[in-house]
Design a protein around this ligand. Structure first.
Ligand code: ATP
Ligand code: MG
Length: 202
C-alpha cells in the first residue's frame, strides 16, 4: 500500500487554490497550446510532510502509533499560503506549486520529527531539503518541449506578480497518514489515520 504523511488543506483554502488554478488555466488557454500540465484535483490538494511509498501492514501500524505520539507532543500552529513557484525551474518545469509559510518554526519541527521517525522505520531518506508547498499542477510527461516552455514563461510572469487572492491562513490541528492509489484519472487519496495535535496551554 502506497502511503504518505501530510497536512490537509481546509476546504475554504482549497477553494481559493482552485480559483487560482482556474485563473492560471485561463491565462494558458489564450496561448492555444496542446495540454502540457496535469492539474491537481481540488480534493487532492495537500501539503506532503513525508512520502513513504509502499508499506506493509506491520509498518503501517508502527507509523500510525508513531505519528499519533508525535502529533500529541506538538501544539496546533498556523500556516498560510505564500507565492507561486515551481520545481525544477521555469525553463524546466516539473511541478507548479503554491508555497506554504506561517509558523515555519513549528512546521519544520514537526516535519523533521516525521522525517527522522520515517527514516528510523527504514524508509529511504529524502535527498531534497523540505520545501513546503501545495502542488497545483505537474508537467505532462509527453508535453511538447516548446509548448511547455511557452506555458512556463507565462506562469513565471504570473508568479512574479503580487497574489493578494492567495491571502489565506489557517490553524493546523491534525497530521494525516494517507493512502494513495494511482490511477488513470489521477491518484485517489484516503485517510488511514488522523492524528490530532495536542491542545495544551502549559
Ligand atoms: P502522481 O504520482 O499520479 O502524480 P501524486 O504524486 O499526487 O500523483 P503520489 O505519487 O502517491 O501521488 O504522491 C503523494 C504525495 O507524495 C504527493 O504530494 C507527491 O508530490 C509526494 N511524493 C511522491 N513521490 C515522492 C518522492 N519520491 N519524494 C517526495 N515526495 C513525493
Ligand atoms: Mg507522484
Amino acid at each position: 500500500m502506497r502511503t504518505f504523511i501530510a497536512i490537509e488543506i481546509p476546504s475554504e483554502v482549497k477553494q481559493g487554490l482552485r480559483a487560482e488554478q482556474q485563473r492560471l488555466r485561463d491565462l494558458l488557454e489564450k496561448l492555444d497550446l496542446p495540454p502540457v500540465l496535469r492539474w491537481t484535483n481540488t480534493d487532492n490538494l495537500h501539503l506532503t510532510l513525508r512520502f513513504l511509498g509502499e508499506t506493509q501492514a506491520q509498518q503501517r501500524r508502527l507509523i500510525q502509533e508513531g505519528l499519533a505520539g508525535l502529533a500529541a507532543a506538538h501544539q496546533p500552529f498556523t500556516l498560510s499560503l505564500s507565492r507561486l513557484g515551481c520545481f525544477r525551474s521555469w525553463k524546466n518545469l516539473r511541478v507548479l506549486w503554491v508555497g506554504i509559510e506561517g509558523n515555519a518554526v513549528a512546521l519544520h519541527a514537526v516535519q523533521s520529527e516525521v522525517e527522522s521517525f520515517a527514516t528510523q522505520l527504514g524508509f529511504g531518506a529524502d535527498k531534497q531539503p523540505f520545501s513546503p508547498h501545495v502542488t497545483l499542477a505537474r508537467s505532462r510527461r509527453n508535453a511538447p518541449r516548446s509548448a511547455l516552455r511557452t506555458a512556463s514563461e507565462q506562469l513565471r510572469r504570473a508568479a512574479a506578480q503580487e497574489t493578494p487572492q492567495l491571502e489565506f491562513h489557517w490553524s493546523v490541528r491534525d497530521l494525516y497518514f494517507i493512502r494513495s492509489v494511482l490511477g488513470e484519472g489521477g491518484p485517489r487519496y484516503s485517510t488511514l489515520a488522523r492524528c490530532p495535535l495536542r491542545f495544551d496551554s502549559q
